[in-house]
Write a protein that binds this ligand. Structure first.
Ligand SMILES: [Zn+2]
Length: 217
């Protein structure tokens, strides 16, 4: 298992994931919360956000043992793109991630979780979705976000939140979600560690919200 195993000895395992960064406002605050509880998570980066301004936080996230996944370059609905456009978009994002971390991403999260066969056929990375909390809607409070996650989370789940600009309510929600889940016996792993812990080799044609899932959604 790559990196430190923060889920060892825990009864249940889940993976916290954060989309639409990196940025210098919310991404550092999310990382701070993970460090506060001595856990790790995964960040699905948008390629166009990876630049000299976000370089340091990308490196900090990676050095903390977190995983960085690919969330496309332009955050477009990729079901509208050609095979060549899809390949180029994903490859450029992976290249930028590797340029700052030295490590190529192992997972892809499709923007809007919109997928089609052309995307599956032209992407080598397994597709990841997750259980969510409508945390891109400003009217959903931190308490509500936490409740939406805590009401549904189970062993093997991938939790989909956003470290997008101004998303302070999700940072706040982590102070409810993480301690409550630790109390319920959950450990937190990166997405890679989650699959490894469950003995699952992720397959093409599935959009995983849980490592044990066997149908497309
Ligand atoms: Zn997104």
């Amino acid at each position: 298992m790559k990196g430190r195993n923060y889920a060892a000895g825990r009864e249940k395992i889940a993976a916290l994931t954060f989309d639409d960064g990196p940025n210098t406002s919310i991404t550092p605050l999310v990382l701070e919360k993970l460090l506060k509880y001595n856990i790790i998570g995964s960040f699905f980066a948008v390629g166009s956000n990876i630049n000299s301004e976000s370089e340091q936080i990308m490196k900090n996230v990676f050095r903390a043992g977190c995983e960085i996944g690919n969330h496309s370059f332009a955050h477009a609905d990729m079901t509208k793109l050609t095979a060549e456009e899809i390949k180029k978009d994903i490859a450029e994002t992976s290249r930028r991630i590797a340029a700052f971390t030295g490590s190529f991403p192992a997972f892809f999260r499709p923007p809007y979780i919109a997928v089609n066969d052309i995307m599956f056929e032209n992407t080598d990375l397994p597709f990841i979705a997750g259980i969510g909390a409508n945390d891109w809607e400003s009217e959903v409070s931190a308490e509500e976000r936490a409740r939406l996650i805590l009401d549904q989370v189970k062993d093997g789940d991938i939790i989909l939140l956003h470290d997008m600009e101004n998303n302070y309510a999700t940072v706040e929600a982590l102070d409810i979600i993480i301690p409550e889940m630790l109390g319920r016996g959950f450990g937190f792993a990166t997405v890679s560690q989650l699959f490894e812990a469950k003995g699952i080799q992720p397959r093409r044609g599935i959009v995983y919200s849980n490592a044990l899932q066997t149908s497309i959604y």
